[in-house]
Design a protein around this ligand. Structure first.
Ligand SMILES: Cc1cc2nc3c(=O)[nH]c(=O)nc-3n(C[C@H](O)[C@H](O)[C@H](O)COP(=O)(O)OP(=O)(O)OC[C@H]3O[C@@H](n4cnc5c(N)ncnc54)[C@H](O)[C@@H]3O)c2cc1C
Length: 451
């Protein structure tokens, strides 16, 4: 196979734009960027790098906060040209290119009133998100993205093209449902689709910061016994300087409740009344709205290039004192762009048998995402990083000890290992040894091959 994509070297126009990632803290210069347009290009790129002994990274849509998509001096295999989304309504399935974004998937599937659990921001890549399992607003109803993966086309470490499914290369199929980009480059995902919307009940309620603990407790009590259709979360944020926010609240710490009901909107109002009717919010944006609009509720309004530092943890429980610790440590935020997000487990996620996919943590009732974001000024780094760490430290007593890898930065091999049950991790390492014994796919949340 020969590479027939485009090669960008550091001295060529477009190189700097092509190496820009979501996280503005990452400023890395790959030796060259191989812009692939087909599976054959990806296979040729891998084979060429192997033959030349050159290390390479894999770029999906560049949303990974660690910046593993780009490495100084290494080749970057850029998948953004593989962004086709083909929906087969009869089969209720979508073929999705390995470099597509969730915005493309949602647009194509929602035209037919179909959807699959996907990223909460349209510009996020399907690749990195789905391989890390894929958490989204529909997860309590439909499971994670990886729970809806029917098959995948994978370019292996040796540059071969294989299919992974329940019936073909089943071990590989198991591993890529939560094990990240460790086992090969996925050039196509085939995802199961479900009827959703296209209009659902969605939106956000904003309350002043002093109500944050009460609002969180109320949401917790509701979501723990809520039906699968009820989703959403709680976010400790700063009220944006928008017209729809009352003057005195603008720029102030506030708590946002994201409401999503993946069913009939009227029924949703009834079911979610305990959340929607909890005290008078400063802003009430909850209404029947297209699911694609729900998918934009957390979209950062800022241009790309903001600096990011993230961490997260699964929680074993969320008693009142944990809520107080969360709110007390998060407020006041170090940056008005920061979003401390709490989402709930349960529903379809929890009904998948533990061990059925590489992703575990099926019984964790809550997932905390400490998402710090600030303007492109390095002098602000320390305060924001310290703030993130102090929130994580404050919540430690209630964590399971496990972590959702899509939500964290580079926190070391032990944190990657902690994302999996010990026997799952051992199995992942054995499968890694089989498919990538030289660990050529190592610029990721890495799972080293078994010794
Ligand atoms: C604004 C924002 C919102 C987010 N929201 C969510 C959310 O709702 N739910 C959630 O679960 N996560 C979320 N994330 C985290 C997201 O899942 C990860 O950042 C993920 O890595 C993004 O995928 P990407 O392809 O854009 O990443 P990239 O930075 O391009 O890639 C990161 C790594 O993923 C691997 N990779 C990517 N594509 C492939 C592929 N096709 N084959 C093999 N390996 C590949 C590679 O190892 C690569 O180094 C969000 C991130 C951002 C920035």
């Amino acid at each position: 196979m020969t590479f027939s994509g485009t090669t960008l070297s550091p001295d060529q126009p477009g190189y700097d734009e092509a190496r820009r990632l979501f996280n503005g803290m990452i400023d890395r210069r790959p030796s060259r960027i191989l812009r692939c347009g087909s599976t054959a290009d990806v296979a040729a790129a891998v084979a060429d790098c192997r033959a030349l002994g050159e290390p390479f990274s894999v770029l999906g849509a560049g949303h990974g906060v660690t910046g593993s998509a780009l490495i100084d001096g290494a080749v970057c295999i850029d998948l953004r040209g593989l962004d086709r989304v083909e929906v087969d309504p009869a089969a209720a399935a979508a073929r999705v290119g390995g470099g597509a974004t969730w915005g493309l998937v949602d647009a194509a599937t929602q035209e037919l009133g179909l959807a699959v659990t996907g990223g909460r921001v349209p510009s996020t890549g399907v690749g990195g998100l789905a391989l890390g399992s894929g958490s989204g607003w529909l997860e309590r109803k439909l499971g994670f993205t990886c729970d809806n993966l029917l098959s995948a086309e994978v370019v292996t470490a040796s540059g071969d093209i294989v299919t992974a499914s329940e019936s073909e290369n089943a071990d590989l199929f198991w591993a890529i449902r939560g094990g990240g980009g460790n086992f090969g480059i996925v050039t196509e995902f085939v995802l199961k689709l479900h009827p959703i919307g296209p209009v659902v009940l969605g939106g956000m309620l904003l309350y002043p910061g002093f109500m944050a603990a009460d609002v969180t407790r109320n949401w917790r009590d509701f979501i723990l016994t809520a039906p699968d259709e009820a989703g959403g979360g709680v976010a400790l944020i700063t009220a944006p300087p928008e017209d729809f926010v009352p003057e005195p609240a603008r720029g102030q710490p506030c708590v946002g409740v994201i409401v999503v009901y993946a069913g009939d909107p009227e029924k949703g109002r009834e079911v979610m009344a305990p959340v929607i009717e909890f005290g008078p919010p400063a802003v009430d944006l909850v209404q029947p709205m297209p699911y694609v609009a729900v998918q934009r509720l957390l979209e950062p309004p800022n241009p790309p290039g903001m600096r990011n530092y993230w961490s997260g943890d699964f929680l074993a429980e969320l008693p009142d004192e944990a809520v107080d610790a969360w709110v007390g440590s998060a407020f006041p935020p170090a940056s008005p762009m920061t979003q401390m997000i709490l989402v709930a487990g349960g529903g379809a996620v929890a009904r998948v048998e533990e061990g059925a996919t590489a992703f575990g943590n099926r019984d964790a009732p809550f997932n905390l995402h400490h998402l710090s974001m600030w303007p492109p000024d390095p002098s602000l780094d320390q305060a924001n990083i310290e703030k993130t760490r102090s929130v994580a430290a404050a919540m430690k007593p209630w964590t399971t000890g496990s972590v959702y890898l899509n939500f964290i930065g580079d926190e070391g091999l032990h944190r990657v290992a902690s994302a999996f049950a010990p026997d799952t991790y051992a199995r992942l390492r054995a499968i890694k040894k089989q498919w990538d014994p030289d660990n050529v796919f190592r610029f990721n949340q890495n799972i080293p091959p078994a010794d």
